[in-house]
Structure formats: C-alpha cells, structure tokens
Design a protein around this ligand. Structure first.
Ligand SMILES: [Zn+2]
Length: 309
C-alpha cells in the first residue's frame, strides 16, 4: 500500500504579505524535501477544491460566503491581526480543505494506506465562525466530518502536535462524542486555549499543555501517559493528524525543543493505534512550522514514517 501526497500550486500563491511567517516558501521547503529520491514512491495527487457541502459541515454558510467574498481582487485584506488574504487566497483555502477531503475519500476507499496533505493556509485555528491565526477554513475538521457523515465512520480522531493549540478544531468537536481531539502544545502561548481542564463531552477532548523549553522527553511522556491511552480507548476508525512542525527546537514562533526523531516517533505511535482500530487509516495535513530547514526535515521524517507504516 502506498502513501498519497496531496498538494496544489494554488497553495503557493496564497500571500499574506512580505515578512509574514506563514509564507509560500514554507510549502516550497516541504515539497523540496519530499522531492528526494527516497520519496519517489509517493502517489502524488492534485488537491481538488473543497465542495461547499464539505465546508458547511464545519462552518456556517454565512461565514463561508463572507470569507470568499472578502478575497481581494488586488493587494491584501486582513481577516484579523495576523490573518491576511491575497487574490489567490480563496482558491488556496479551497484546495487546502479539498485536499484533506479527497485524502479521506481515497484512504477510506482503500486506494492507499495513508496520506499527507502538503497545503497552506493551515486550518486548526479556524473556528466554525471565525478565521484566525493564519487559518481560513479548518481543513482537518472538513476531512473528519466528511469521514463521519459521508462515509459513516462511527469515530474519527484528530491528533494535533502543532506547537499551538488547535482551538478551531476543539471548538467544532467539543460537543460531538463521535469526534476526538487530542493536542500537545506549548502553554502559555497563542491562542491561549487548551488547558488540561478542557475535556469536551465525555472526555472527547484531551489537552496536554507543555511548558516552554520542554523537549522530546516531556513530549513523549505526555503522549504516552495521557494522549495515546485516551486515543486507544476511543478506538478511532480513522486517525487524522494536524501536523504542525513548529514545536521544533529551531522554530522562531515558540519555545519547545522537539527534533525530527520526535516527529518520527509520534507518527509511528499514531500509525500503530490506527492499525489496531482503523485498518491503518491515517490522513495527515500540514499546519504550522516556520523555520524552513526544520520544517522540511521534520515533514520528511513524518512522511518517511507514514510510508513505512
Ligand atoms: Zn502552530
């Protein structure tokens, strides 16, 4: 079984402005790393645009219509203090969400073991009614809800190891016991949510906040003692990953100290749980990661682990 790689040129055209950390060069760094000979076996697919119905499982219609209507013809439009749209941002956002929806379809239909979506803008901060934190649509939630409602999976989990808490995914999953959201993230840090006391309904939300300067040992301990046992108990029929690589020690936006090997380890752990409960089904999508070298190397480590799962 192969690993799918979804991406699209439009995701390189979303331009939040000069000096913005969520820059097109991020995706170039990931795609460059995945162009090495060891990744020749990846099954590369163009990301389709998300269908309106897919977006509406996560976001209210008025939000979707207003956001797309606000995409500028030229120049930039700010959605919030650090979330900015350029003329190509609408298509990029639709391709980013569409990638995850298509990857879910392909993996559930057995066309591949797992998939990685190399897309931007990222998604995990986007709440149902609010674009924020560099995110427009919540890409991973669009995929999870498609798995639940179109394919009829009973339980779908998202694990988020981005250094920031995925407030948007948590908000959408909060009251739905068929969805599980588990996150490791630095605290205190933007967006300020994600305390261990935020547990959703029946414990379907599991937050593992990590102090600044925590490294691989603390990350693995949090995963092994808290997050992975809860995920195993949830018995997901699909495991999805919000794969942000900004917890890397080289990242300029946060102060965790992870290394590539920690991403390999985490990916292997999640794939093992997917094998146990979900027929190995894993769909991962890029979130943050702002040191270009660390981002490329970490994404490569993650995809390498998916390919050998
Ligand atoms: Zn992040």
């Amino acid at each position: 079984m192969t690993t799918l790689l979804y991406t699209h040129a439009a995701c390189l055209e979303h331009d939040p402005g000069q000096y913005h950390p969520e820059c097109p060069a991020r995706l170039e760094a990931v795609l460059n790393a995945l162009s090495a000979p060891e990744f020749a076996a990846l099954d590369r697919r163009e990301a389709p645009q998300a269908a309106l119905d897919d977006l509406l499982r996560v976001h209210p219609r008025q939000f979707v219509e207003r956001l797309l209507a606000a995409v500028p013809q030229a120049g930039h439009v700010g959605v919030d203090a650090d979330t900015v749209m350029s003329p190509q941002s609408g298509e990029a956002a639709l391709r980013a969400a569409g990638a995850v929806a298509a990857a879910v379809d392909a993996v559930i239909k057995g066309k591949a073991a797992n998939a990685f979506c190399a897309v931007r803008p990222p998604g995990h901060h986007a709440e149902p009614n609010r674009a924020m934190g560099f995110c427009l649509f919540n890409n991973v939630a669009v995929g999870a809800l498609r798995a639940r409602q179109v394919h009829g999976l009973a339980r779908v989990a998202v694990i988020d190891f981005d250094v920031h808490h995925g407030n948007g995914t948590q908000a959408r999953f909060w009251a739905d016991a068929s969805l599980f959201y588990g996150s490791t993230h630095q605290s205190p840090l933007y967006p300020g949510t994600g305390s261990a006391g935020e547990t959703g309904v029946g414990g379907n939300i599991v937050n593992v906040p990590l102090r600044p300067l925590s490294g691989g040992a603390q990350f693995r301990q949090g995963m092994e003692r808290v997050l992975l046992p809860a995920l195993d108990a949830f018995a997901p029929e699909m495991v999805m990953i919000s794969a942000g690589f900004d917890a890397h020690r080289s990242d300029p936006l946060a102060q965790l100290m992870l290394e590539e090997a920690d991403y390999t380890w985490a990916t292997e752990q999640l794939c093992a749980i997917a094998r146990r409960h979900a027929g190995g089904r894993v769909v991962s999508t890029l979130e943050g990661g702002y040191d270009l070298g660390a981002l490329g190397a970490s994404a490569a480590a993650h995809v390498r682990a998916l390919m050998s799962a």
